[in-house]
Ligand binder design. Structure first.
Ligand code: HEC
Ligand code: HEC
Length: 289
């Protein structure tokens, strides 16, 4: 049912506008205006978003922390065929998919993704965990929401946390890797709170040596090579040692690799964030201008 409502988005926006125009007229008309209850016009952004989602018949509100975790997974496993925001590429758009629109929090999507549609060219993701597939589902729902409930939704969701709680969270969970230097003026380094949030949840390597991926490799003859990892797979690893020499090592039996990858650890930390943590940290980092 819901997909039909979704397809009426354009009509819906028109009705909201018509109502807005009507309210304005009523207010200009004197007495009647004084009795107006809450109209779209004098709603807070939160009330507008809620009114729009009720009007459009959108389903459960997406879980934003899960969607943030799902973003890189979607990028790696789905974007190639369905486009970076699920709007379709060689594969279909997911925004109008019945499977997506009939799902609230992965209860239909997760089993669907495990099986795929091999006969139509949609792979089965049987080896991904339920948790990962649920995070991907929330990411897809967030894409639907952002298209359908545009504008209001963004304003609503970014800067709503407590910067004090965010500051406490950062002190407790982030300073094992970062120094205050990482966060100095961070609020002014991004163009919008949205990009700031993306920047800290899903950072790219900046070339900071103290946060680089390093390894120490024990060779079968007892020798040890350690340094910066520049390439790694299940079969080989390249380690640049202190003298600047790149060592390409086959990971054959007897070779022991101990890797220290702070960026992977950063991603693991992200998996433990709740919606409240995420909002609080973004609110705090945004104050560091
Ligand atoms: C190799 C390309 C490919 C990849 C990778 C892929 N898909 Fe698909 N997907 C398809 C194709 C092709 C279809 C079938 C479209 C059709 O029905 O014509 C499909 C269908 C779907 C549908 C059902 C759409 C409908 O008809 O309602 C969903 C939902 C979906 N994919 C989600 C995902 C998600 C989420 C991922 C990542 C975990 C993913 N897909 C990865 C190619 C792909
Ligand atoms: C286990 C180590 C680790 C922890 C814990 C950690 N991070 Fe990171 N973080 C990294 C690494 C590695 C990078 C990649 C940066 C690089 O290579 O310079 C990074 C990058 C970042 C960036 C981007 C920096 C830039 O200059 O653009 C931000 C912002 C950030 N982290 C915020 C946080 C916040 C907020 C927390 C706590 C909620 C946190 N990190 C916890 C390891 C960590």
């Amino acid at each position: 049912m819901r997909h039909r409502v979704f397809r009426a988005v354009v009509a819906g926006v028109f009705v909201v506008f018509a109502q807005f125009a009507f309210n304005q007229e009523a207010q200009n008309g004197g007495q009647e205006g004084a009795q107006q209850q809450v109209t779209y016009r004098n709603m807070t952004p939160e009330q507008r978003a809620a009114a729009t989602r009720a009007f459009l018949g959108l389903g459960a509100e997406p879980d934003k922390a899960a969607a943030a975790r799902g973003a890189p997974l979607f990028e790696q496993t789905c974007a190639f065929c369905h486009g970076p925001q699920g709007r379709g590429a060689t594969g279909s758009s997911l925004l109008t998919s019945d499977v997506v629109l009939g799902d609230d929090h992965g209860e239909h999507l997760v089993p669907f993704l495990k099986k795929g549609l091999p006969e139509k060219g949609m792979p089965a993701f049987a080896t991904m965990s339920d948790g990962e597939l649920k995070d991907i589902s929330e990411f897809v729902h967030l894409q639907v929401e952002e298209v359908a409930n545009r504008g209001t939704y963004r304003v609503l969701n970014i800067l709503v946390g407590s910067s004090t709680l965010g500051q406490n969270y950062v002190a407790a969970h982030c300073m094992s890797c970062h120094t205050t230097k990482t966060f100095a003026h961070i609020g002014s380094r991004f163009r919008s709170p949205e990009q700031l949030q993306r920047g800290w949840i899903w950072p790219v390597s900046s070339g900071d040596r103290s946060l680089a991926n390093t390894a120490s490799v024990k060779m079968p003859d007892g020798g040890e090579i350690s340094g910066l990892v520049t390439q790694v797979s299940d079969f080989r690893i390249t380690v640049v040692d202190g003298a600047g020499k790149a060592n390409l090592i086959d990971r054959r039996p007897g070779v022991e690799v101990r890797m220290k990858d702070p960026l992977a650890a950063h991603q693991e930390m992200i998996m433990t964030l709740t919606n409240a943590d995420m909002h609080n940290v973004t609110a705090y980092l945004d104050t560091l201008k």
